[in-house]
Design a protein around this ligand. Structure first.
Ligand SMILES: [Zn+2]
Length: 249
């Protein structure tokens, strides 16, 4: 049987299908003419996780059809990953850093919004619809679903490794180098829209007596009309973000 020798970098091993175990060096049986992208994805690793494909110093793109008996190294993306810069695997970069989070990481999306990062949530969309939206709206897909990230319409995506939302936030901030883009409490947690300042007198009738008494600075979501102020909820969120090292005082 014709064989390929594939060497997978350490950061990708956990994404391999069970049958490959923890093995980084794989003898792959070629059963049909297939691109390296199809071969890698058939082993379990979505194309969104690949940073470099090379053999004997030569780099290849996703469409490369390998010859049998080649040894091919497959590397993960090294952070920080700048999606606004073209690379040979992703020649059309994004203009802005914007995300669409799968429902399985919706709490991460809320924390990203809290940090001021544009993060839509897929709600009840199908995988096909999420992929189309990511493609049309130029958004990075965040998910814990390896199958979704293999969709051909998705160029930028990330399989979220961490389990807990705060850890996921740290992971995504570090991976995409989001620290320069953080603007806490500038975005609506409910609908992801940017907040605008609003005069207290214009929303007075909507405030509870204690809020009226103790708070003087307010913001409003221009889409869903939700009002925000720096109350105890705000302080609690700020503390969580400081404790997890996401923002500094
Ligand atoms: Zn809103």
């Amino acid at each position: 049987m014709p064989l390929l020798h594939l060497v997978v970098s350490k950061s990708l091993v956990s994404l391999l299908s069970r049958k490959y175990g923890e093995c980084r060096s794989i003898c792959y049986t070629v059963t049909r003419r297939a691109s390296i992208k199809d071969i890698i994805e058939s082993m379990g690793i979505p194309h969104t996780e690949i940073g470099e494909i090379c053999s004997e110093g030569e780099k290849f793109d996703f469409g490369f059809i390998p010859e049998t008996s080649m040894t091919i190294n497959i590397f993960g993306i090294l952070p920080p990953f700048d999606v606004t810069c073209p690379t040979y695997l992703r020649s059309a970069p994004l203009k802005k850093i914007r995300f669409i989070a799968d429902l399985n990481v919706s709490k991460l999306a809320t924390l990203l919004r809290m940090s001021g990062i544009d993060a839509e949530i897929s709600q009840d969309l199908s995988d096909k619809e999420i992929a189309s939206l990511a493609h049309e709206k130029q958004r990075i897909v965040l998910s814990k679903d390896l199958g979704l990230l293999k969709h051909r319409k998705i160029t930028f995506g990330r399989y979220v490794r961490s389990v807990y939302p705060e850890e996921q936030l740290k992971e995504i901030i570090n991976f995409f180098n989001l620290k320069p883009h953080l603007l806490p409490f500038s975005r609506c947690l409910r609908c992801n829209t940017s907040l605008a300042p609003v005069e207290k007198k214009d929303i007075l009738s909507r405030l509870q007596p204690k809020t009226r008494l103790f708070f003087h600075s307010f913001k409003i979501c221009i889409r869903c009309d939700r009002i925000y102020w720096k109350g105890s909820h705000h302080e609690g969120m700020l503390k969580r973000m400081q404790q997890s090292g996401i923002i500094q005082v």
